[in-house]
Design a protein around this ligand. Sequence first.
Ligand code: ATR
Length: 277
Amino acid sequence: MKKWYAVIGDPIAQSSSPRMHDAWLEQLDLDATYVPIHIREGELNEGFESMKRLGASGWNVTVPHKEAIVPLLDRIDPLAQRMQAVNTVVIEDGAYVGYNTDGIGFVRSLQEAYPEHEKGNVLLIGAGGAAKGIAFAMQQEGYASLTVANRSVERADALARALGNGARSCTLEEAERQFDTFDVVVQTTSVGMNFATAGTPLPVTRVKEGAVVADIIYNPLETEFLRQAKRAGARTLNGLGMFVHQGAESFEKWTGIRPDTKSMIQRLTDELGGTTC
Ligand code: ATR
């Protein structure tokens, strides 16, 4: 029987994951397909049972189900367990196992775009679900000095405490003052995504020499935050690489094959009408 993979969420029609995964499946000549499945909030239990009954070979999980799916799974990978959020379900010897590839997707994207970057001091802007995933993954991958800055500083404090190992928290104003002490800066808030949230969470005027400034937003490809960082001399990275690499990590877990990320980033960049990084 032809295998099928999916992404479940609400809304789901706008997702670029089916196009990306279908392109990889075709490139690699695998007899499988990847479909978007609309499962409403509060209907995850029935949805999960249907996925099992209909024989999905694995699936991605997006908003609003990433946390709610955790108790339904047979096992959870340690990183996803720490985050209490799952974006990938893999079937291992009949067991439904939850992983989270979002944070590691960001790290792989950073490593692919700037293999020589300094791991030194990292600033994370934001303390929500996205920041959490990236922070835990960066810590796992050897980024030892993490600072979390957030509008509501209590959330930054809570994330820094959960991270442990000397992670610090600060206000956005403090982060702005110390901006040029960071080697890697990651903007994880929704600020800059559209007209309703135009602008930047903090202004970028001075950056450390050689620093990489990343934004996890990829539509628009260049946020105001990245524009300011570029003007201040930073090397920049938009969120498309994170999107492609989180997908590549899932794809590899399902098929055992690492798909081509670089050409996919280029292809999606062209579709969004921009240039890479
Ligand atoms: P996600 O899962 O995408 O991270 P989230 O958990 O709702 O979403 O977190 C959103 C993040 O964006 C938070 O860090 C939030 O700051 P608060 O914790 O203070 O709410 C941040 N954020 C949203 N709008 C913002 C704004 N206008 N200025 C600064 N930060 C903002």
